[in-house]
Design a protein around this ligand. Structure first.
Ligand code: NAD
Length: 407
């Protein structure tokens, strides 16, 4: 990967995420996205049926025309490419708008596309704020389809604008994902995975498991191991290869997450670790938006901290008594993006996988996915799925042609 270092460095500087994460996750996945859709469309086929009246029925798919692709700041190039790749591969022109907070890698991608010989006008990248550039883009009569990933509130506005303009819209939105830990799980193996699910990218991944539901008989044992593992996370300079936790994306976002830490206390929660700015930071990072990974307990499933998306390094741990209770709590939010279940009981895993209201259910893992299976959310976590089948349908218009072969 010729541009790996430059792109990973840009991503880390823009977002505050550890350079190691950008190098191993963000940029390789961006490359995989482009390759995936570039080759997937080579296997596209259309339908053909012959009827008794000698009529040949054929479907054709044509590009919609111009696709608006709007992405968030948390996984900038990863999500930007996941949107533009299928739009381009199906023959559309694209106007892409990355988050105004993290424009660097999309800007560089534009240069790379020009160097690679993409014809002028095929991939257009506009930079600007959501309410200005983003809103103007989705309202523009020249835009035929919208692919959006971001917050649920923004998704609602974009959905309304798309409906007014009779445009196709695929919306990937927020989450409040549960992680279920049953008493039969091997805690030594499970705790590192629960920590990864909770705090990767400083908890700023839509799929992060921010509500950890633990079977009561192992609650104390889990908490002891979990808080020890969270305290051991190395928070520091994102450029340091040893760093696990970097900075949050902005002062405003750091303040939002901190306001939820204060809310957790006001709601009666107990902070087991974290809760503030780290005391010691390298000189270079003094003005960064760092926040300690924070674990809170004693909050009921209905309280705001357990209902609203915080999108940061704040995790709530809740004990449950049985499968019915944990299922109700896991499903008891307006979101439905992902869930993880840790158990050795295969029958329970299958039962829960079927009943959890989530676009993705991970059993004994987190953030593992073959790109060929669909991705998306239920309830207020989104509309539509991103996959070869669905995204190709979103980005094309189907046309039925019937030929009378007898005339
Ligand atoms: P956001 O909704 O504020 O912004 C996302 C993008 O939309 C940005 O490019 C922004 O400029 C643009 N935008 C904002 N207002 C707009 C408007 N009125 N019209 C058009 N465009 C507009 O989200 P964010 O803060 O950048 O990202 C965090 C959110 O994204 C979280 O809620 C997270 O869960 C969600 N997210 C979801 C997924 C998923 O796949 N479901 C993945 C990553 C992030």
């Amino acid at each position: 990967m010729r541009n790996l270092e430059a792109l990973a460095g840009a991503e880390s500087r823009d977002t505050g995420k550890p350079l190691r994460l950008a190098r191993t996750l963000d940029i390789p996945r961006a490359v995989a996205n482009l390759r995936f859709f570039a080759t997937a469309v080579l296997h596209e086929s259309s339908e053909a049926y012959q009827t008794d009246e000698h009529a040949l029925n054929v479907t054709l798919r044509r590009p919609v025309g111009v696709a608006a692709c709007i992405s968030p700041w948390n996984l900038p190039l990863y999500l930007f490419t996941w949107k533009i790749a299928p739009a381009l591969a199906t023959g559309n022109c694209v106007v892409g708008k990355p988050s105004e907070l993290t424009p660097m890698t999309a800007f560089r991608l534009g240069e790379i596309a020009c160097e690679a010989g993409l014809p002028p006008g095929v991939l257009n990248i506009v930079h600007g704020a959501g309410a200005g550039a983003g809103a103007a883009l989705v309202e523009h009569p020249g835009v035929d389809a919208i692919s959006f990933t971001g917050g649920t509130r923004t998704g609602g506005l974009i959905g309304q604008a798309a409906a007014r303009g009779f445009k196709k819209a695929a919306l990937e939105l927020g989450g409040k994902n549960p992680t279920l830990v049953f008493a039969d799980a091997d805690l030594d193996a499970v705790v590192p995975e629960v920590v990864r699910a909770a705090f990767s990218n400083q908890g700023q991944i839509c799929l992060c498991g921010s509500r950890v539901l633990v079977e009561a008989s192992r609650y104390d044992a889990f908490l002891e191991r979990f808080t020890a593992a969270v305290r051991a996370l190395r928070l520091g300079d994102p450029l340091d290869p040893e760093t696990d936790q970097g900075s949050l994306v902005s002062a405003a976002h750091r303040d939002k997450v901190l306001s939820y830490v204060r809310l957790a206390e006001a709601e009666g929660g107990t902070l087991l670790c974290g809760g503030g700015r780290p005391a010691a930071l390298p000189e270079r990072c003094r003005d960064g938006f760092f926040l300690e990974p924070t674990v809170v307990t004693q909050l009921g499933p209905e309280c705001r901290v357990n209902q609203e998306e915080v999108f940061g390094p704040l995790v709530s741990v809740i004990p449950f008594t049985d499968e019915r209770e944990v299922l109700a709590w896991a499903n008891g939010t307006t979101y439905g993006l992902s869930a993880s279940v840790f158990t050795r009981a295969l029958d329970r895993a299958h039962r829960l996988a079927e009943r959890l209201e989530s676009g993705t259910v991970w059993i004994n893992c987190w953030l593992v996915r073959d790109l060929r299976v669909p991705f998306g959310g239920m309830k207020q976590s989104g509309i539509g799925r991103e996959s070869i089948v669905e995204t190709v349908l979103d980005m094309t218009e189907q046309k039925t042609i019937v030929v009378n072969e007898a005339l």
